[in-house]
Ligand binder design. Sequence first.
Ligand code: OGA
Ligand code: MN
Length: 286
Amino acid sequence: MAPSQPFSVLPLSAVAGAEVRGFDANAPLSDGDFERIYQAWLDHGVVVFRNQIMTPESHERFSQKFGPLKGHILVQYLLTGHPFTLVLSNKRVNGLPVGLEDAGRYWHSDVSYEDIPPDGSLLYALEIPPAGGDTLFANQYRAYEALPAQLKERLIGLKARHVFNYAKLQAQAGSERQPLTDEQKKQLTGAVHPVVRTHPATQRKALYVNPGFTIAIENLPKPESDALLNELFSYATHESVVYRHTWQPHDAVLWDNRCMMHHATTYDRKYVRHMHRTTIAGSRPY
Ligand code: OGA
Ligand code: MN
C-alpha cells in the first residue's frame, strides 16, 4: 500500500478554492490521501496543487483517479499521442498554433453543451505570463443560495438549452480558431439541462446556466427567457461568489464543473501561456 503524504488542505478564500500543500501528484496515492483530496474537491470546488512536475502521462494518470477521462470535440487541439490532453496555448510551431489560444474567455462550465458534461477538469500550467491570464471561478452553490425565495420557486422544473457557439467564437477579432469539420458540426447538437442541478455527491443545489453556452430557457418566449437568464447570470457571476486564481508555473488546478463556473482573463500576447487540460467525464445533470 502507498504511504500517506503529510499534506495540508488550506482554504484560499471564503468563497471557493483550497490549496493542497506538501503533496506530490506523481507519488503513489494511498486511499486515505485520495479521500482527503476528493473531499477537498467537493468542499472547495477548486483545488490548487503548486509546484507539480507533470508529464502528459502523469497528468492523465493523476486525473483519472477522479473518474474516467474524456477527450474533446476539438480534436485538432488534443496533444498528439495523448487523446485526453487538451492544449491551451498561444505558442506556435512552424507558424501554426499548437493549442487553443482564446479558450474560455467568458463565464462557462466546461462542455455544458453536451448531454453528459464533465464532472471536473484539471488544468496544468507549463508556462505562464508575468502578469494577466488569471482564471476566475464562481461558486454556483452560493449563487443559487443568494437567489430570492420567489426566484428559486420560479426555477423549479425549468430547463435550459446549451450550445457551443463555435461560429461566434471564431468570428471574434483575432480568433485563430480553425473551422469545424462537418463531422464535428454534426456532433454539436447542443443539450438541455435543468437550470438548477443537484450535485450527485454533495446533494447540494447549484445554479447550472452559464453566459458562454446557455442560450435559452425552454418553453419561454425569447424576451422572458433572455430577461431571466440575465437575472440569473447576475447572481452566477456576482463578485461575492468569485475566487481569482493567479497562476504560478507548475500549478495544477482541479475544479468541479457541477458547482463552479470559470472564466479566463486576457494577457499580453507577447508572453507565452501554455497549459494542458484533462477532462473528467461526468453524468447527466438532474
Ligand atoms: C479551461 C479553461 C481557462 C484558462 O481550461 O477549461 O476555460 O484560464 N481555461 O485558461
Ligand atoms: Mn473551461
